[in-house]
Design a protein around this ligand. Structure first.
Ligand code: CA
Ligand code: ZN
Length: 305
């Protein structure tokens, strides 16, 4: 039996800000699978390397397709989003911009490079790099004020986290009725940190399945893949983000397992990986990655469902 998939085109609606006042462009029930078409982070404005900085409309950056209203999602719930598939177009673009990214103060002018995608490789000046397809911007409406799509936070948003790829499942704290989910900013390839401030930016289509989890609370997004569970966190500095991700995860494991913080701290120090999401957005993103074998031995589920 083939599962029915709802199609959502990028022409139907995009947002530049995650905001609970946004009007949904689609309504779905939990269990629905949706194929969401996306622009690249420049809203497809850079189609050639001659594009100059003052020709780009910088108000049209990081569009996310949506928002999608998920029936039954209420504040305090968790929105579960399984990433079934990421399809990308055959051409991406990467840019360096003065004052942007780790090397921003060494760059004199904006340069954009068009990169063809061929046989699952990114072609760049004689280099053939493997695809590491991922989603940069993904999230729900935040509590309180809106957050522009260039900034990450408790609601998700511009987390630019390489683990957000095919097969991963994301968990977001729902802050408003219907959650108001949106995504965009696909990358054909990106390394942890996103040093230049951009990945191989590309348009495409992402297929996701939604579910709503009641009776469990999270403060920042969590991510599950085949072998691990991650606590993601974004904050003003990378130091704060690493502390938040670590603390939230250790407190959760201590609570679920009934073991003291000191013991869980030792277990994490022994077995968990503290990794960098990105260091180039207004808030920085880190994660603590815990192997599933450990959770199994502790006999706990981080999110009961
Ligand atoms: Ca991004
Ligand atoms: Zn991007």
């Amino acid at each position: 039996m083939t599962k029915e998939i709802t199609k959502l085109s990028k022409e139907k609606g995009i947002i530049y800000e995650f905001n609970k006042e946004n009007t949904p462009i689609e309504r779905v029930t939990p269990g629905t699978t949706v194929a969401i078409e996306t622009y690249d982070c420049f809203e497809d404005q850079i189609q050639s390397e001659d594009t100059v900085i003052d020709k780009i409309d910088w108000n049209r950056i990081n569009p996310a397709t949506g928002p999608i209203y998920i029936e039954g999602a209420e504040p305090g719930d968790i929105l579960k989003v399984k990433i079934e598939k990421i399809d990308i177009n055959d051409q991406g673009v990467m840019a360096v911009v003065p004052e942007l990214g780790v090397m921003g103060d060494s760059l004199e002018k904006m340069e954009a490079k068009i990169m063809k995608i061929k046989d699952d490789k990114v072609l760049f000046n004689g280099v053939e790099a493997p695809l590491t397809k991922m989603i940069g911007v993904i999230g729900v409406a935040p509590e309180g004020e809106g957050v522009n799509c260039g900034t990450p936070g408790a609601h998700g948003g511009n987390m630019d986290t390489t683990l957000v790829k095919e097969g991963a499942t994301l968990y977001f704290p729902v802050a408003t009725e219907g959650a108001l989910f949106a995504l965009g900013d696909l990358h054909a390839a990106m390394g942890d940190g996103e040093g230049s401030g951009s990945g191989v930016e590309i348009a495409g289509e992402v297929t996701v399945t939604f579910d709503v989890i009641k009776g469990e609370k999270i403060e920042q997004p969590m991510l599950e893949n085949k072998d691990s569970f991650s606590q993601i966190a974004s904050a003003e500095t990378l130091d704060e983000a690493t502390k938040m991700a670590t603390t939230l995860m250790i407190e959760r494991i201590a609570e679920k397992s009934g073991r003291p913080i000191s013991e869980v701290t030792m277990l994490m120090s022994m077995n968990a990986q503290l990794e960098v999401g990105q260091v180039v957005n207004p808030l920085k993103t880190a994660r603590l990655v815990v192997p599933k074998w450990l959770l199994k031995q502790l006999d706990i589920n981080l999110i009961e469902q």
